[in-house]
Design a protein around this ligand. Structure first.
Ligand code: ADP
Ligand code: MG
Length: 253
């Protein structure tokens, strides 16, 4: 089986606080993996280690078969120069809790920025592709609006389109609906559900248990920097083996 993401032995400390205690993870192409777990368990740090926004203290991540942050040179691992790390990172789209759109650009301007600046696409082509993506997330009608004119759910849908514009191999989501008013959560989950159906490889940190149950191929539960449970959503959510996972789920279900 060819893997989109493989992480082995990921450890990360901040000072003396060990936040990730040796995590292993494999995600196949087309797979949707949901990561659940209490606040502070290290979920965001793990996503940030996967795309090397944080450098793990030990352990390695492969994306699309290439090792993140390093290259093999005559059998020895050498750190990649920053420019090549950035190129690797562009294979991973990431959508955060907060929308991080460029406030002074229109919706369309936000989506074409990466393809034009990083990929060197011509404006006409970047705009045509951006409009397709905005259509896909239901935001084509707002292409010329500014972020301040959008609701939180609309901003998040634009953020998803902006990530997709870079044609990532894998999409990472870090609690993409946690900052939204409850009535706006559904429209964002709907876009994510459609991406999943279309075969996008996704790693989704979420508290939306219903989404995990319905959309995930596999669910992982992290507690205190460790993966305590992994399996099919039905099994993990209904009948977890680990007592701490059971306690966590009984609080959120
Ligand atoms: P989660 O996303 O599961 O809520 P985080 O990965 O954000 O957890 O955080 C896990 C722990 O790591 C928390 O105790 C947090 O305070 C700590 N932490 C995260 N990022 C940093 C950082 N840059 N510096 C120091 N501590 C951090
Ligand atoms: Mg987090």
């Amino acid at each position: 089986m060819s893997l989109a993401v493989k992480a082995v032995g990921i450890r990360k400390s901040f000072g003396s606080h060990e936040v990730l205690k040796g995590l292993d993870l494999e995600v196949a192409y087309g797979e949707v993996l949901c990561i659940l777990g209490p606040s502070g368990s290290g979920k965001s740090t793990f996503l940030r280690c996967i795309n090397h926004l944080e450098t793990p203290n030990s352990g390695y991540v492969w994306v699309d078969g290439a090792i993140m942050g390093y290259e093999l040179n005559r059998g020895a691992l050498q750190e990649l120069p920053i420019k090549r790390l950035r190129a690797q990172q562009s294979h991973l789209g990431i959508v955060f809790q907060h929308f991080n759109l460029f406030a002074h650009r229109t919706v369309l301007g936000n989506v074409i920025e990466g393809p034009m600046v990083v990929r060197g696409l011509r404006r006409a082509e970047a705009e045509a592709r951006a409009m397709d993506l905005l259509e896909q997330v239901g935001m084509a009608g707002k292409a010329l609006s500014y972020p301040s004119q959008l609701s939180g759910g609309q901003k998040q849908r634009v953020a998803i389109a902006r990530s997709l514009a870079m044609e990532p191999r894998v999409m990472l989501f870090d609690e993409p609906t946690s900052a939204l008013d409850p009535e706006l959560v559904g429209e964002v989950l709907e876009v994510m559900r459609n991406l999943a159906r279309g075969g996008t490889t996704m790693i989704v940190v979420t508290h939306e248990i219903g989404f995990a149950r319905e959309v995930a191929d596999r669910v992982v539960v992290m507690i205190d920097g460790e993966i305590r449970e992994t399996g099919a959503p039905g099994q993990v959510l209904s009948n977890p083996d680990d007592p701490r996972v059971r306690t966590f789920l009984s609080r959120v279900l």
